[in-house]
Design a protein around this ligand. Structure first.
Ligand SMILES: [Zn+2]
Length: 336
């Protein structure tokens, strides 16, 4: 458990006012990372210090997650899609095995992290034996630089995509490249995946890393009709303009709610300018620049802000709420 995770009285007030009765009684978190300390003991202090997200949260056991969720959502039951931590220096074999154990011992589903060097046979064996519901490749497997200009096929090979296609399973794809969703090479590779591997359910994480409206708007435009073949998850996205565009332009059956825990456990929100986002946070992380020190004590949980944003935009559209917060994830990440 992270010591910094604390609930304040104003968090309870916020929850009761904006979330408790509007969020479905049971919902799915389709994007959260689970591991044990020994799985990431080789991740260096420099790597953690160099990435605000890793400094926020790198560890989460299923027991930690139980506590976080019971604190945050005392009136809801939360079904979890469990992802490993797909970091290059992580012990991926052990982390995948931990997810397989969770699938067996708890009422959860899980994704399997592939590394580009894994053979097709070894992946298939572990995937089928572990009853996984999809793959979770990650650009870190090709480069430890965040947003590096690597190809998707550098961190998940064509042979591995072919296997996923044969298994007719899901892939939760975190896009590489500085240009994010609209990057022409990302657009071309997404097109190629949809074209060549039509039985894969391709979920683009974080709306294609579209934390800012500029990326999302351009990305949707460039995707054209390919957008109808994709799913998107909401993990870590807070921007009301991105959600507004998503709800207006995308089929609601293709949007999956996700939190990105244990990264987004802090109190705060974001602001956006010129295609960049800035985290505003109460907790004392090394990256906290304290731009508005007087306001910090009033910040509530980031995830509450995210859920409120979604609920405000969906209004009384119960059907979309059920789809986005529950049904879509259960359909996409089906259990075998
Ligand atoms: Zn994530």
């Amino acid at each position: 458990m992270y010591d910094y995770f604390k609930q304040y009285p104003h968090d309870v007030v916020f929850y009761e006012k904006w979330i408790k009765d509007r969020l479905p009684q049971s919902f799915v978190d389709a994007h959260a990372h689970f591991n044990l300390p020994e799985h990431v003991s080789n991740v260096s202090a420099e790597a953690i210090a160099g990435d605000w997200a890793l400094e926020s949260g790198l560890l989460m056991s299923i027991e930690d997650s139980d506590t976080y969720l019971q604190t945050l959502f005392p009136d809801q039951s939360v079904f979890r899609i469990c992802l490993p931590w797909p970091l290059r220096d992580a012990d991926t074999v052990a982390n995948n095995q931990y997810i397989a154990n969770l699938i067996q011992e708890h009422d959860v589903r899980g994704l399997f992290t592939v590394r580009p060097e894994y053979s097709r046979d070894s992946i298939e064996e572990a995937f089928v034996a572990g009853h996984f519901s999809g793959f979770k490749p990650y650009p870190y497997m090709a480069s430890t630089t965040k947003g590096a200009d690597v190809s998707i096929f550098d961190f998940m090979t064509h042979e591995q995509f072919k296997l996923a296609n044969e298994l007719k399973t899901a892939i939760l794809l975190h896009l590489p490249r500085r240009g994010r969703l609209p990057d022409p090479d990302n657009i071309a590779e997404i097109h190629l995946i949809l074209d060549r591997y039509p039985d894969i359910k391709l979920v683009v994480a974080h709306f294609g890393r579209s934390f800012c409206i500029e990326h999302f708007e351009k990305g949707l435009e460039k995707l054209g009709s390919d957008v109808q073949g994709l799913y998107f998850d909401t993990a870590a996205v807070l921007n009301p303009r991105v959600f507004d565009m998503a709800f207006n332009k995308l089929d609601h059956r293709r949007i999956l709610f996700g939190t990105d825990f244990p990264i987004m456990l802090w109190h705060g929100k974001r602001e956006w300018s010129d295609g960049q986002y800035h985290n505003l946070v109460r907790e004392e992380f090394s990256w906290n620049r304290h731009p508005y020190p007087d306001q910090e004590k009033d910040y509530t949980f980031y995830v509450y802000e995210q859920i409120k944003t979604i609920l405000d935009l969906l209004g009384s559209d119960e059907q979309s709420k059920q789809a986005i917060f529950k049904e879509n994830a259960l359909n996409v990440y089906d259990q075998r």
